[in-house]
Design a protein around this ligand. Structure first.
Ligand code: TMP
Length: 234
């Protein structure tokens, strides 16, 4: 497989074409942004960690029946993935109140839920990724009802698999964001799963081991990413 010209550069990755129209190569960067790109920085080593962690998780999810875009890890930072038509929804699952949920609804951070929640944001940087519901998504033709049903089913399955995966490393999965795409008409998971996109707390101390350390200027950002990487044996 041949790496061809860059298709685009996002906040955390570059994406390249290949000689196969069904295959792209993603190249994970150390760049970090928060608050829709307002805050910028570098987390040294993050690209390698996010690449390896996402790939391990995708392979685990495939085994558990969730189709993903993963094809092959090419290097520390590069992975071949299936080229999808992205569904412009950020799908967020929460097990414990935190972040925007706590801020918007006044529920203290750390309050556990009896059952996980699901929410959708419309992926649109100009609008600031506004919160919507499934009826909005269908009305705006972002997805069909069948696709929404599949996305919900897969998102909760991802939560079950990830909760168990992190727990064996003494890490609590608080919440996470994922995105899906259409690959030859089928819905598949088409996003990274990393400390950039998950809230991960130490089971015993509730210490934050994720991008909130960068967003909130808590310090020891690289240390937290490395801690997750090592605890997961990656
Ligand atoms: P939130 O509490 O800010 O809505 O974030 C929920 C989860 O989604 C959290 O794990 C961080 C992740 N997330 C992203 O991956 N990208 C984003 O742009 C945002 C806003 C959140």
């Amino acid at each position: 497989m041949e790496k061809l010209e860059q298709l685009y550069e996002g906040k955390a990755k570059k994406v390249f074409k290949t000689d196969d129209p069904d295959v792209l190569i993603v190249d994970y960067k150390d760049d970090a942004t928060a608050f829709n790109g307002e805050k910028r920085g570098t987390i040294v080593g993050k690209g390698v960690i996010n690449n390896k962690m996402s790939n391990r998780v995708d392979q685990l999810l495939e085994k558990e029946g969730v189709p993903t875009h993963f094809i092959k890890e090419l290097s520390d930072r590069e992975t071949a993935v299936k080229k999808v038509d992205i569904v412009p929804l950020e799908v967020i699952i929460r097990n414990v109140a935190a972040g925007s949920f706590s801020k918007r609804l006044g529920v203290p951070e750390g309050t556990p839920f009896d059952e996980p929640t699901i929410e959708f944001s419309y992926k649109n940087d100009e609008l600031g990724d506004p919160l919507i519901n499934s009826y909005f998504a269908v009305a705006m033709k972002l997805a069909t009802w069948d696709e929404i049903d599949t996305i919900k089913k897969y998102a909760f399955k991802v939560n079950d698999v990830l909760k168990a995966y992190f727990l064996q490393a003494d890490i609590k999965l608080i919440d996470f964001k994922i995105e899906f795409g259409r690959y030859h008409g089928q819905i598949i998971l088409a996003d990274e799963i990393s400390p950039d996109t998950c809230r991960l707390w130490d089971v015993h101390t509730n210490e934050k081991l994720d991008k909130d350390r960068f967003r909130r200027d808590l310090g020891n950002v690289e240390e937290a990413y490395n801690e997750v990487f090592h605890r997961l044996g990656l």
